[in-house]
Design a protein around this ligand. Structure first.
Ligand SMILES: [Zn+2]
Length: 155
């Protein structure tokens, strides 16, 4: 994609500090880290975000599987090596949810137990359900999930 900063990083047109690279996935340090070691895990295929991922071809499935695998491995690497005490995984879909680069990416943010970053990032309990509203919303979401699972026929 033209004018996509992550596609330019993947192409090597923009330099990055890489921590992992394969034919399908690249991971590099965020240039504006929340914490030291803050990584971005990025598929080489340009999908806007997680909601836009299509799993229509074997290649797309392989890219997606490796992407999710490397997210897990990056978090495990941070923690199991003692690099940091913990990690947050963050992924944003669309501008209203804080997405600033329109190329799917997962943030893996090491946590050292001594920083000022507040977790949870969002305020638990900020939204309240009216009576019966949670059940209605759950039903709507369950139908949407069921529809997509049936459409994609992967499970
Ligand atoms: Zn891109």
């Amino acid at each position: 994609m033209d004018n996509c900063i992550f596609c330019k990083i993947i192409d090597g047109a923009i330099p990055s500090t890489k921590v992992y690279e394969s034919d399908r996935v690249i991971a590099f340090l965020d240039i504006n880290p929340i914490e030291k070691g803050h990584m971005l895990i990025v598929p080489k295929q340009h999908w806007k975000n997680l909601a836009e991922v299509k799993l229509d071809t074997e290649k797309e499935i392989e890219v997606y599987e490796e992407l999710m695998y490397i997210v897990r491995v990056a978090a495990r690497a941070v923690i199991s090596t003692g690099f940091a005490a913990g990690a947050n995984i963050l992924q944003c879909n669309n501008a209203c949810a804080g997405q600033t680069v329109d190329h799917l990416h997962f943030h893996v943010i090491p946590r050292y137990g001594s920083d000022a970053v507040s977790v949870p990032v969002f305020t638990s309990g900020a939204a309240k359900y009216e009576d019966g509203e949670a059940a209605a919303i759950a039903e709507k979401l369950a139908k949407a999930i069921e529809t997509i699972v049936k459409e994609e026929e992967l499970l």
